[in-house]
Design a protein. Sequence first.
Length: 120
Amino acid sequence: MKIGDKLKGTVTGIKPYGAFVSLENNTTGLIHISEIKTGYIDNISKYLTIGQEVLVQVVDFDEYSQKASLSLRTLEEDKHYLSHRHRFSNSRYKFGFKPLEEHLDDWIDDGITFLQKEKK
């Protein structure tokens, strides 16, 4: 088992802080309350029940104790992947570097004036 693996399991216990899951490879894992769903969760029992089959992703694995930290939230986020990310830019305007070019001479003069003052 390694981080990122997607495994099937069965919910075996529910506590206020998370849900215990018995995985198909005979290991036990915990889905922390923050990894069940994106957003605020007041009651885990609204989302999971004992005996429920779940598909989880391994977030962390302790080789010594053979216990895993699991997540449902990361799989939920995979479903919401946007194929096109919106860029916040003004690329739709076709003026290129012209505004920079128009001010370049003024900036150079300002820089030279500043350096001459600093030199004195």
